[in-house]
Design a protein around this ligand. Structure first.
Ligand code: FES
Length: 96
């Protein structure tokens, strides 16, 4: 049975559950929680680009280098449709 983690959206009171075998974006949309809109859900459009402020995640599908560079990854920037949680996460919009 998949473990379920809590995803918090920074600077809001919004949290939602996400299982370790689910994409964070899918869980966010299902719970109607968080600032991102529905995009391609395939790692190509960049609509779901956010920063993981804390916690561990796993990229279960490739993130477009056009939207997430290697330098971005080092700052915790991900495409939420491509990542699954491996712990509780705090996510935030990318501001710069
Ligand atoms: S929804 Fe398009 S890259 Fe995530």
């Amino acid at each position: 049975m998949a473990r379920v983690f809590t995803i918090a959206v920074k600077d809001t009171d919004r949290t939602f559950p996400c299982a370790e075998d689910q994409a964070v974006l899918g869980a966010m949309i299902r719970e109607r929680s968080g600032p991102v809109n529905h995009g391609c859900c395939g790692g190509g459009c960049g609509v779901c680009r956010m920063r993981v402020e804390s916690g561990n995640w796993f990229a279960f599908k490739p993130m477009s280098a056009a939207h997430v560079s290697e330098a971005d990854k080092k700052k915790g920037i991900v495409l939420l449709c491509c990542v699954q949680p491996r712990s509780d996460l705090v996510v935030a919009p990318v501001t710069s």
